[in-house]
Design a protein around this ligand. Structure first.
Ligand code: ARG
Length: 569
């Protein structure tokens, strides 16, 4: 992507500068892209590590940096590392510019311009469990990070709304609620209970079972009445999902499994023409070379399955939606019901097929590419997957409610009920509570999962959202109390100001979080920022401006983590 010289990360700006300098010295040579890193030693702020390669040809010639206000001094150490120290004045200037133009100018520039994030993706009528909550939260954060980095993100809710379970659900609806066409949505009420009851009948009543199986055929054949019943059931689920998304402040666009149905035959035909689809035991399958396992794409009875749907979804995203990066956010398949681990296996398959079909390049460093963002399970006290006292899967809304209630009680305890309006109390308790749950999901390495613990996540010390909220609120109150007008940031005089000024350069951390797909990188950064923020007397304007910049960066960080900042606590 094209961007101005003074935009993007410091690394990107420096590497551009290195490149131009090389071009000036060696106008006729093809240039090697210089790789710039944050300096780990004491020789400067940034270093170019492949200077050896870049400069080998330059030897003997007089390499000069293109004159730039970005460079205070430079030196060569070790086997040709070029170290650069940034001028204080330049650091001050970028901060000033950010304060004027906003955080947009500190967005990193990524190599992709459109991405699909497939997240949340619950199944109709089945439970929304903690795994879905995690997927919803993590997927939303990844989408926010990419959006901030100027990537167009298609936030996709791949809802499971097509499958054999609908036969039994529909027949059950007909039996239990004869008036369903007028009052279906109100009558069913609790869809999960409905699902359980119909499943019970399916397993114990052979007549009902046979009817259900016929129902599937009718539904798939497009029978009007069955389709109507199907959409009634889907609608109830949708409303429930929607409530959760609303609460979490997450926006999603549903493109459910059924959406891809019309495209399946064409996609499979294409794969057949490429010689990838074979007959196997009356089914149509795709063999995965290395595994010698057939992936069924058309069942013996002619029906499609998850594999055909998901393959088609991948095709659609790459070819119709022209996405360059497709991210699947699902859990790691451990210690859970069969279906998710089944998905994991399938995902591996699709990607193989997509590569064989030439939809995706074989080299994973190239785009378009598909990535699987896996996360570990949320555990309860017993180290097992989080459940309620009765062994049921925990309801997400209860976790959110729990966090909010506790925050509110704490605030009331500290006399805030007298100080604030009732609305303020509600809003602040909610922002802190929900933020704490989200942050807990994100701050650990998402792959390892974490133990759910209200006390830990609501602690106001250590690396928690509550602690960060405090730090931010404190900065806001410093600015407010100073009563000064904030003018211009001309220079950073003291060492600690410089350190903070450098640490504040936000684009690098967002870039790293996007490329590694590890939200904890951003969490750690924000935590360090709050720790770095030991600013002496805020009397000087320069300090006040640094306060302001720190608060702006923290708020942007909160926003990217889906946390609502509060300015008093
Ligand atoms: N609906 C699945 C589940 O809840 C997850 C789907 C993940 N996304 C996908 N494209 N397969 O178990």
């Amino acid at each position: 992507a094209h961007f101005e010289d003074d935009e993007g990360t410091v690394k990107q700006q420096l590497s551009k500068l290195f490149e131009t300098s090389l071009k000036i010295t060696l106008p006729d040579e093809p240039t090697i892209a210089p790789v710039v890193k944050i300096c780990s030693g004491k020789f400067g702020d940034y270093q170019c590590n492949n200077a050896m390669d870049c400069w080998a040809k330059v030897k003997g010639k007089n390499t000069e940096f293109k004159a730039s206000e970005m460079i205070e001094s430079s030196s060569v150490t070790g086997p040709g590392f070029v170290n650069v120290t940034l001028p204080n004045k330049w650091i001050a200037k970028t901060i000033q510019k950010m304060l004027e133009k906003g955080m947009r100018i500190w967005a990193p520039k990524l190599r992709v311009s459109r991405a699909v994030v497939d997240f949340s993706s619950p199944n109709i009528a089945k439970e929304l469990h903690v795994g879905h909550l995690m997927s919803t939260i993590i997927g939303d954060i990844i989408a926010r990070l990419l959006e901030y980095s100027n990537v167009e993100v298609l936030r996709r809710n791949h809802v499971g709304d097509w499958g054999t379970q609908f036969g039994m659900l529909i027949e059950y609806l007909f039996e239990m609620f004869p008036d369903w066409e007028n009052a279906g949505e109100q009558a069913i009420g609790d869809l999960q209970a409905f699902y359980k009851a119909s499943k019970l009948k399916f397993e114990s009543d052979p007549v009902f079972k046979a009817k259900s199986q016929q129902g599937v055929v009718l539904l798939q054949g497009g029978d009007k009445k069955y389709l109507k019943a199907w959409s009634t059931i889907c609608e109830i689920s949708r409303q429930e999902f929607h409530q959760l998304y609303e609460r979490l402040g997450v926006s999603l666009m549903e493109k459910s499994e059924s959406f891809y149905k019309p495209y399946i035959p064409k996609v499979l035909e294409g794969l057949s023409n490429q010689g990838l689809v074979e007959e196997n035991d009356e089914a149509r399958v795709i063999f995965i070379e290395a595994e010698e396992i057939p992936l069924i794409v058309v069942k013996r009875d002619g029906a499609y399955n998850y594999a055909s749907t998901d393959l088609t979804a991948l095709w659609y995203r790459l070819n119709e939606e022209k996405a360059e990066w497709i991210l699947y956010v699902t859990d790691d398949g451990q210690e859970k019901h069969f279906k998710m681990s089944f998905y994991l296996l399938l995902l591996f398959f699709w990607l193989q097929v997509a590569k064989r079909a030439g939809w995706l390049p074989a080299d994973e460093n190239l785009y378009p590419k598909a990535s699987h963002l896996m996360f570990g399970v949320v555990r309860g006290d017993d180290k097992k997957r989080l459940r309620t006292r009765f062994g049921d899967v925990i309801r997400l809304v209860d976790l959110l409610d729990g966090a909010k209630t506790r925050c509110k009680a704490e605030l009331v305890n500290r006399g805030k009920a007298e100080e604030w309006t009732a609305d303020e109390l509600e809003q602040i308790a909610e922002a802190i509570g929900y933020g704490a749950v989200k942050y807990m999901d994100l701050k650990a390495n998402i792959l390892t999962g974490y133990k759910f613990d209200f006390d830990l996540m609501l602690n106001d010390k250590g690396n928690t959202a509550v602690c960060l909220q405090y730090a931010h609120a404190r900065i806001c109150s410093i600015i407010e109390r100073s009563g000064q007008d904030i003018e211009e940031l001309k220079k950073l005089d003291e060492e600690e100001e410089r350190t903070l000024g450098l640490h504040i350069q936000f684009a690098e951390v967002v870039e790293e979080t996007c490329l590694t797909l590890r939200p904890n990188v951003l969490c750690d950064y924000l935590y360090n920022l709050s720790e770095h923020f030991v600013i002496g007397s805020p009397k000087q304007t320069s300090r006040l401006l640094l306060c302001e910049a720190t608060a702006v960066v923290m708020r942007q960080g909160f926003h990217l983590l889906g946390i609502v900042p509060v300015n008093k606590i």
